[in-house]
Design a protein around this ligand. Structure first.
Ligand SMILES: [Zn+2]
Length: 166
């Protein structure tokens, strides 16, 4: 009877439909994390005492950082990239008083890497400049920073896929 349980050749009949849906899902996932807009050069005006150096950024700097980020096609890899440039500090959150907004206190600062400017590869920029260059919503940095503080590690991918090997 053993000859009846020959393996089915992959790509045949029913198997194929599944491969196609897997492929499409992978495509959609890749698109979700690819660049949609061009980097914005920051236009913010910090006062002279501010530590931010947004004004010193050129379009080439912004584009280089943007492209470096989007060279990574998965959320996990991008989050790892973000963590390298978000300095997560351990600021105690003040207990919000009734009627005030909570969580206003900064728990991380953002820095850009500018490889071509060694020996000053890191440029301290404000968060809106950082987000404008990468064209990402602020909650992505906030989430990376919060999970990092809680776990000391990376944000886990929750949208299916491989959970163990990375
Ligand atoms: Zn700024």
């Amino acid at each position: 009877m053993e000859e009846n349980i020959l393996p089915v050749h992959p790509g045949r009949a029913r198997k194929r439909a599944r491969n196609e849906s897997q492929w499409r899902r992978a495509q959609e996932k890749a698109e979700r994390y690819s660049a949609k807009d061009l980097p914005q050069v920051p236009t913010c005006n910090h006062n002279k005492k501010a530590i931010y150096e947004c004004k010193n950024l050129t379009l080439a700097d912004a584009k280089g950082f943007h492209d470096g980020f989007y060279a990574y096609k998965t959320k996990q890899a991008q989050d790892a990239f973000l963590l390298k440039f978000c300095h997560v500090t351990d600021v105690q959150r003040r207990r919000p008083r009734a009627g005030t907004q909570s969580g206003r206190q900064a728990k991380y600062s953002t820095k850009l890497s500018l490889k071509e400017r060694i020996p000053l590869p890191l440029l301290h920029v404000c968060q809106s400049a950082f987000l404008g260059i990468l064209q990402i919503p602020s909650h992505r940095i906030r989430r990376v920073a919060e999970v990092y503080k809680k776990t000391g590690g990376l944000v886990k991918e929750k949208r299916g896929g491989d959970h163990t090997s990375h």
